[in-house]
Design a protein around this ligand. Structure first.
Ligand code: SF4
Ligand code: SF4
Ligand code: SF4
Length: 306
């Protein structure tokens, strides 16, 4: 009885959280993606820069190539300021762009939630996504140094924009064979049929990986925001693990919850569904580790004849 009531309450909380997050993602869509791209256009206007009003204006691929090939990067530019905001916000708040604003990542997550779980693969059971996403990020960095071209054909943003704008204007742009294969991976294999719906985010997105690298460092400091856990309150119901879109939570052998700052996007879905408020988002030293229970000290053996 208690369990049944709790489950439906958790589902309600999950839906409310999804709705609140959806509103954030709509704001993110309006700010960064064509046809609106209000942030990109506003910044370009302030800096008197002639940039196209789409997500490509904020992408750090070209500035990265310029930096690595010795051309340097203009800080006071749309891309320069976007890159600084992206990394500073990830350091202080966690991957804020991923968790609150990136409509591309949210699109596949919400799409995947339309399918029953039994049809989806939980890749994290078979492979740890963290080395893969950092490996892909390393290839993204090393590629330009050894003369490889990093094409928009591999980009989830690009596909999302093509999809939404294609839906609005009926123009899906040019799609080569690499783009079609990557689109299939992004939308179908790693989206629709992946538990959490964020396989592209977890395995392939360099923007997400860059934010998680700085978040993993920032989360160790007391003045930054991070996801925190109180082991003593946890009743091991597993609701947080099931609802985490990034599969950043696992249940240990002791039934307590483990968490990775290397792929958590601080979306706070786990905070919303936790029935005992064991998971919170806020300031604090050491983040996840700080509430760990100290090991119980063994009582000293009583000496015979004492
Ligand atoms: S990992 Fe990439 S695609 Fe996913 S939410 Fe973050 S920036 Fe967007
Ligand atoms: S651990 Fe929580 S905050 Fe982090 S990605 Fe999962 S649900 Fe979101
Ligand atoms: S942290 Fe909360 S949601 Fe997760 S297992 Fe513990 S009680 Fe359940």
């Amino acid at each position: 009885m208690w369990k049944g009531k709790k489950v439906s309450k958790i589902q309600k909380k999950s839906r409310m959280s999804l709705l609140k997050r959806f509103i954030w993602y709509v704001v993110g869509f309006a700010l960064f993606f064509a046809p609106f791209a209000l942030f990109n256009r506003g910044l370009a206007f302030l800096l008197d820069e002639k940039r196209s009003g789409d997500i490509h204006a904020t992408c750090f691929r070209m500035p990265l190539v310029d930096m690595l090939t010795g051309k340097g990067i203009v800080i006071l530019s749309v891309t320069g300021i976007s890159l600084i905001l992206l990394l500073v916000s990830a350091f202080l708040l966690g991957p804020f762009f991923c968790g609150k604003l990136c409509a591309a990542g949210a699109f596949t997550e919400y799409l995947s939630r339309l399918l029953p779980d039994k049809w989806k693969v939980d890749w994290s059971k078979y492979v740890n996504p963290v080395p893969l996403r950092y490996g892909f990020f390393a290839a993204f960095i090393i590629g330009p140094i050894i003369g490889l071209s990093l094409s928009c054909s591999y980009c989830g943003y690009s596909f999302f924009e093509k999809f939404t704008n294609g839906g609005i204007w009926g123009d899906f742009g040019v799609l080569g064979s690499t783009a079609i294969i990557t689109a299939f991976l992004w939308l179908v294999v790693f989206g629709l049929f992946t538990k959490g719906g964020r396989g592209y985010c977890n395995f392939m997105c360099p923007v997400g990986a860059a934010q998680n690298i700085v978040h993993a460092v920032g989360a160790k400091l007391p003045f930054t925001m991070k996801i925190k856990y109180d082991r003593k309150k946890c009743v091991s119901c597993n609701a947080c693990v099931k609802d985490c879109p990034m599969r950043a939570l696992t249940q240990g052998e002791d039934k307590k919850i483990q968490h990775s700052n290397h792929n958590c996007i601080t979306c706070q879905q786990c905070v919303a569904v936790c029935p005992t408020k064991s998971i919170t988002y806020g300031f604090g030293k050491g983040g996840w580790q700080q509430e760990e229970v100290k090991p119980v000290q063994e009582p000293k053996p009583v000496e015979k004849g004492a």
